[in-house]
Ligand binder design. Structure first.
Ligand code: GLU
Length: 551
């Protein structure tokens, strides 16, 4: 086709476009940002529920943009209308809010590069396609599914590259009359790239994470617009990332193989190339086979983000975990910088794992424990309460009713260089602190304590009634219980007892154990005297009597 014919064709296919390319180029101006600012985007397709891998890439988008004083925006890629799920878009925005990975711009967040949803940008894509058609870089292709399938089978048999290219691209050089005739006959068509690539030549792409990569040039006439006139991911991403002035496309590495195509699209469209950062998948060691595999929806509870919400993994702790996956040196930094915020850390693509990063539940739990240990009693209360309102309203009510006590319980052993590490999720608090609320304690009391030892309730009652003074410091209390032990045939220290076991009934630790079991229903608890102080004498005595009754 001559250039004039191509123009005629382009007008025939797109007679009513409101604007031209120049309009869009000025409608979406360069961003006014400081040198080195990164513009990143989270560009999900609402075709399934959000998973940990999505959260990881959105998190990376957020930290890189924020630390470079750039912009992080949300773009909904809803070009595959057939695979859209109901509520998919609301789910995406809901997750970003729930997990506090908030874009500063984008779909539902606003901004001048709108609309940030691809289904509302069809005209823009068509405007650029029209130009490619005029320039002889795209063409309508009328091949049927069946024809394409036959070619595919032939290519599989011949073990040649799959796709519509070279001799297989039968509609590449149709004449204008042929195209007109087919359109007049109502034949459906897609718009394909007229790829200028030569597979015998190589291109080099530098990925921010993976480094230099070489590929054969793209030479397939890939579909750019589908039969319904909407774009494929490849084309839409090139147009949008260009017009929205993305600097870094951070995405899953399942897209690496599309790089030659994307590289070519940017080139023929005359766009300044974006930088790509392909994130390795999160892997896991398969329980059954022992092999390393991608984390999976079917097999791993940690895959879907619902898990983190339902179990009450604190959002900030999950951010810490995502940060450890994002940069291999983050965890050490965090442990050495207890007073700093995630955003004080300098994230860098160089410190991003190239191969898969394995999901490590123990690490997540440990980070969560460290997180909780660094929170004040009041913060633990507020956060647990907020979680319980959504997931365990009965417990939220109990927390409200016992607020002062609960904050005190949550504050035990928080001071000092090694704060207590007990809980790792909000969902554990109810059980872990069940002794803190009378009604919960009474319900379960000693049910979980299956020690077969019985303890001397009379001795403990005698101690509580006649000796225990709750208004003293820990050390004084401990001295007094040692004295009580000695006066009642117990050694004042485990060492004395060990040296001469026959001379004693036990040692002071055994009396403490008896008290602990009676008032908490367990053998291990935070500092005993602190618990006693919060409970007060009456409740301590009630519990000893309960123990007497039940055991
Ligand atoms: N819509 C694509 C997906 O959900 C996004 C890939 C990208 O970030 O460019 O897989």
């Amino acid at each position: 086709m001559t250039e004039n014919e191509r123009k005629e064709l382009a007008d025939l296919l797109y007679p009513n476009l409101e604007h031209d390319i120049a309009y869009y180029e000025s409608r979406y101006p360069e961003r006014d940002l400081p040198e080195g600012a990164m513009v990143t985007r989270y560009a999900p397709s609402p075709t399934g529920s959000v998973h940990l891998g999505n959260l990881l890439s959105a998190f990376a988008d957020m930290v890189y943009a924020r630390q470079s004083k750039g912009s992080f925006y949300l773009r909904i890629e809803d070009t595959d209308q057939k695979r859209m799920i109901e509520g998919g878009i609301e789910n995406i925005t809901g997750v970003l809010h729930d997990f506090d990975i908030l874009p500063n711009e984008g779909f539902s967040f606003g901004g001048i590069y709108d609309p940030y949803i691809q289904s509302e940008r069809t005209e823009i894509y068509q405007t650029y396609i029209k130009d490619l058609i005029i320039r002889g870089l795209a063409y309508p292709c009328f091949m049927t599914e069946e024809e394409i399938q036959n070619i595919r089978e032939e290519q599989e048999i011949n073990k040649t590259k799959i796709g519509i290219y070279g001799v297989y691209a039968v509609d590449r050089d149709l004449s204008l009359d042929e195209v007109k005739e087919r359109i007049a006959n109502g034949q459906e068509y897609v718009i394909r790239l007229k790829s200028p690539g030569d597979a015998n030549k190589e291109i080099e792409v530098v990925d921010c994470i993976k480094g230099k990569m070489k590929f054969p040039e793209h030479n397939v006439d890939t579909v750019l617009l589908k039969k319904d006139g909407t774009p494929t991911y490849h084309f839409a991403h090139a147009i949008d990332d260009h017009l929205m002035h993305t600097t870094h496309v951070i995405r899953g590495d399942e897209w690496v193989s599309s790089l030659p195509l994307h590289h070519q699209l940017f080139e023929i469209l005359g766009f300044e190339p974006v930088k790509y950062a392909h994130i390795a998948p999160i892997t896991i060691k398969d329980q059954e086979t022992g092999n390393i595999r991608k984390i999976s929806k079917r097999k791993d509870p940690w895959f879907g983000v619902k898990y983190y919400d339902e179990n009450g993994i604190p959002i900030e702790a999950l951010h810490l975990y995502l940060a450890t996956i994002t940069n291999t040196n983050f965890e050490e930094w965090y442990l050495n910088n207890p007073d700093k915020d995630i955003f004080d850390f300098e994230f860098s693509f160089d410190k991003q794992a190239i191969g898969g990063t394995s999901f490590d539940e123990a690490k997540l739990v440990n980070l969560c424990k460290t997180y909780f240990s660094r929170k004040s009693g009041e913060e633990v209360f507020n956060e647990t309460h907020a979680w319980a309102l959504k997931h365990d309203p009965e417990y939220a009510k109990l927390l409200d009713e016992n607020k002062d006590d609960m904050i005190k319980f949550f504050s035990i052993e928080k001071d000092g260089p090694r704060p207590r590490k007990d809980i790792s999720k909000y969902s554990e608090v109810r059980e872990e602190f069940s002794y803190a609320i009378d009604s919960l304690f009474e319900k379960e009391a000693y049910a979980k304590f299956d020690g077969d030892k019985t303890y001397d309730t009379d001795l403990v009652l005698d101690y509580v009634n006649n000796v225990l003074n709750l208004d003293v410091e820990n050390e004084e209390w401990f001295n007094s219980i040692k004295e009580f032990a000695a006066a009642n045939g117990y050694a004042a220290s485990p060492k004395d007892y060990k040296n001469n076991p026959d001379a004693y009934k036990g040692h002071v630790g055994d009396i403490c154990e008896a008290i602990r079991v009676m008032i908490t229903g367990r053998l291990k608890s935070p500092d005993l005297f602190s618990i006693m102080k919060i409970l007060g004498k009456t409740r301590i005595i009630d519990r000893i009597n309960l123990y007497k009754k039940l055991k």
